[in-house]
Design a protein around this ligand. Structure first.
Ligand SMILES: [Zn+2]
Length: 251
């Protein structure tokens, strides 16, 4: 994953600012996708989390305080999606802004008729194209209790999606992956869920997935890492595409 010079740099950073064993144990205990990994993958995740804390700025706001354990936990969650991709998939941005609770972004949007609306949606997280990732700390902690939910993984999935332009549910695929297969799999899964929703069935993933293709990818990614068995059972083709994209086999 790392070339020689980076290897040396990485070793230096990890040696100088290691994550203390007790904090790492605590993070593993609280981060289900990390807990499921084998020992060698957990060791890689620990290196990535160390580098993440070194290269990104975690910025609590509105009176929130994050201690070392919180920071390590956040970094562990954030590095799960890039475990087999590498930290450079998070290049081009710097900050993770952490709100104490769900927030309402103060922003105006113009609709197709030219009318400007003040947005009033309460959000658990947000990811900007070249800007920061924003998460609500209450939702990070809540994720431990809500199966299939992980706001940090959700926002990081948007970041990966935006590596090749707008968030549209189409991240840069690896060479051996087929764009047509990806599109077909995700659009037929979309149709399937819409149909289930019309029938009043309980959906196997958070219905927020049906907001847009971008949200579908982010929500499916959360489910892939947090509740892989459910995703594999109900949307096996989506599961397989995510397996190829993330290069991980969580189930
Ligand atoms: Zn989203």
């Amino acid at each position: 994953m790392f070339d020689k010079i980076r290897n040396w740099r990485v070793r230096r950073i990890v040696a100088r600012r290691p994550i203390v064993e007790s904090l790492w144990r605590d993070a593993l205990r609280r981060c289900a996708p990390a807990r499921r990994l084998g020992a060698s993958d957990q060791a890689t995740l620990r290196v990535l989390a160390t580098l993440f804390l070194e290269s990104k700025s975690l910025e609590p706001t509105k009176g929130l305080h994050l201690d070392d354990a919180d920071r390590v936990l956040l970094a562990a969650h954030a590095c799960v999606p890039i475990l087999k991709l590498g930290l450079d998939w998070y290049d081009g941005w710097h900050s993770v802004i952490v709100y104490p609770d769900a927030f309402i972004p103060r922003r105006q949007q113009m609709d197709s008729a030219g009318v400007v609306h003040q947005t009033s949606t309460v959000m658990a997280g947000e990811a900007w194209g070249r800007g920061p990732v924003i998460v609500s700390w209450a939702d990070v902690l809540n994720g431990e209790k809500k199966p299939g939910h992980n706001v940090v993984i959700h926002e990081m999935a948007h970041k990966l999606d935006m590596l090749n332009g707008d968030a549209n549910g189409f991240p840069p695929l690896h060479r051996r992956m087929d764009r047509r297969v990806w599109s077909k799999v995700f659009s037929s899964a979309w149709d399937q869920l819409k149909e289930e929703q019309r029938n009043g069935d309980e959906l196997p993933i958070d219905p927020y997935a049906l907001e847009s293709p971008a949200e579908f990818f982010a929500v499916a990614s959360e489910q892939f890492f947090e509740g892989p068995a459910t995703l594999r059972q109900h949307l096996p083709d989506v599961y397989r595409q995510l397996e190829q994209f993330y290069r991980q086999h969580p189930f």
